[in-house]
Design a protein around this ligand. Structure first.
Ligand code: 5AD
Ligand code: SF4
Length: 459
């Protein structure tokens, strides 16, 4: 029996056990962090729904409470501890099962703290043992005994886990896991392990079946997506070439690439294929060559700007989004101004801004020249101000243009209106019939509302 078949047996055993109780069992899930974690949560949801649990958004009515954690920045820790406090009553009074998984569980100081301060949990599982969740949960249910299932060695990638997707137009597909880069601020290589790429045929099969289910847009995921290195010498560029040939898929995105690995063949594939969105997420982190060196990013300010220029030349109308950290140890006023300078020059469509957060076990945490919180916050606000100013100007350029929009559904705030996204990921709201959902339409942009655009369907 394969590992996944074995887990399926556990899923069936739990299903049977729950059915015998003659009660509708419910689960609640909270996902923190990046899209890879969201994708892991879709797998968790797939497993527990197969066990017969029904989803609820209210932890107070759940029989199974799942936390899928992230540890990239400190605020997620505070959030988890707060939530663990909140669900204590549900456990004590109603006997709910509390399961905590994900990146944070790979950190010993965190599991120690949970064992000390929140000992009422039932199951802790890590990033390398997600596939074993049914077995671990079964042991909890059967023995009513706490389980801790964490592996320090890199887990294999197992194919064929059940999955419950959160959307029916757009889907994310993890193509690789882990990271070998060891940027000095980042905890990811320690909690997700080394890079492991899925087999190209497994990826192609997954996307082909997504297309046959009606999915139109896919986002390829990996901590370092462009270092994909599949069997038989399939590089990221070659993988993209295979994916664009899949009928039915209209849009392809990928996150997050590393600038140092952005090879010319990838640029060429993007330029030559209409399906690949012409907005590239290119994490900058800092605009200062000194800080980049201390971060171990392996590119300088000039190299980053040259890469952007090269892409602008070779990919007509390409746009960029980015991640930036402010307040890395040793960042001077001059260094910070270099970051502002790159933002001014590149004119990103979107900037995800982060205040540097010390992560236990990373080299940057041990650096002596940490930046005082007050300065970090002031710099963050200055960057935010510049980014907001640019967004406003950026949005103006859409006015009067015709954008290809994938119609995703009705607007959350106004059920009479439809909503969708441009290739550059801007939200557009417009009037239209519900039967257009799932199609791609040409929309003329008629109004700029800062966080979204208003448009009119053209026939
Ligand atoms: N502090 C702040 N931001 C961080 N990121 C990663 N590690 C840290 C940290 N210690 C940011 C980076 C990365 C994004 C996912 O999170 O910008 O690209
Ligand atoms: Fe972290 Fe750098 Fe790896 Fe991204 S590339 S996951 S920032 S170590």
């Amino acid at each position: 029996m394969s590992i996944i078949e074995e887990q399926n047996e556990y899923i069936n055993k739990i299903k049977k056990y729950n059915e015998e109780k003659n009660k509708k069992f419910k689960y609640y899930i909270l996902t923190m962090g990046c899209q890879l974690n969201e994708n892991d949560s879709e797998k968790l949801c797939g497993m527990v729904e197969k066990m017969g649990y029904e989803k609820t958004d209210n932890p107070n009515e759940a029989d199974l409470i799942l936390f899928n954690t992230c540890c990239v920045r400190e605020n997620a820790e505070d959030k988890l501890f707060g939530k663990l406090g909140e669900v204590k009553k549900q456990k004590e009074e109603k006997g709910a099962i509390i399961a905590i998984g994900g990146c944070m569980m790979q950190e010993k100081h965190i599991t120690d703290k949970i064992n000390k301060s929140y000992p009422y949990y039932d199951l802790i599982f890590g990033t390398h043992t997600l596939y074993r969740f049914p077995e671990d949960l079964y042991k909890v249910i059967l023995n009513r005994k706490k389980q801790e299932d964490i592996l320090d060695i890199d887990g294999e990638i197992y194919e064929g886990l059940p999955i419950k997707r959160s959307d029916n137009q757009k889907a994310s597909v993890a193509i690789m896991n882990g990271c070998n880069n060891f940027c000095t601020y980042c905890i990811v290589p320690y909690v997700r392990g080394r890079e492991r790429s899925r087999k190209p045929e497994d990826i192609i099969n997954e996307i082909t079946s997504l297309a046959s289910e009606g999915y139109k847009e896919i986002t390829l995921l990996g901590q370092n997506v462009n270092s994909y290195n599949g069997e038989n010498g399939v590089t990221f560029a070659k993988l993209l070439e295979k994916i664009v040939k899949i009928d039915g898929i209209e849009r392809i995105r990928f996150i997050s690439p590393h600038p140092k690995d952005f090879t010319d063949d990838v640029i060429k594939v993007i330029a030559e294929n209409e399906k690949i969105c012409k907005i590239i997420h290119l994490p900058l982190q800092s605009g200062s060559s000194n800080v980049l060196k201390a971060m171990n990013r392996r590119y300088s300010k000039e190299q980053y700007l040259n890469l952007v220029e090269k892409m602008k030349k070779q990919i007509p109308n390409v746009l960029f989004s980015t991640d930036i950290i402010v307040g890395f140890p040793g960042e001077t006023e001059e260094d910070f101004e270099d970051t502002l300078d790159v933002v001014e020059k590149v004119k990103f469509e979107q900037v995800y801004m982060f205040i540097y957060s010390r992560r236990v076990g990373t080299p940057a945490d041990k650096m002596e020249n940490q930046i005082p919180e007050e300065i970090k916050h002031k710099r963050f606000d200055r960057l935010k101000e510049l980014v907001e100013k640019q967004t406003e100007i950026n949005n103006e350029k859409y006015l009067g243009t015709i954008q290809k929009v994938l119609v995703e559904g009705t607007s959350k705030n106004n059920a009479e209106m439809l909503t969708g996204r441009t290739e550059s990921n801007k939200v557009v709201i417009f009037e239209g019939e519900k039967n257009l959902i799932g199609t791609t339409k040409n929309i003329e942009i008629i109004e700029n509302c800062l966080w979204y655009l208003k448009g009119k369907i053209l026939n």
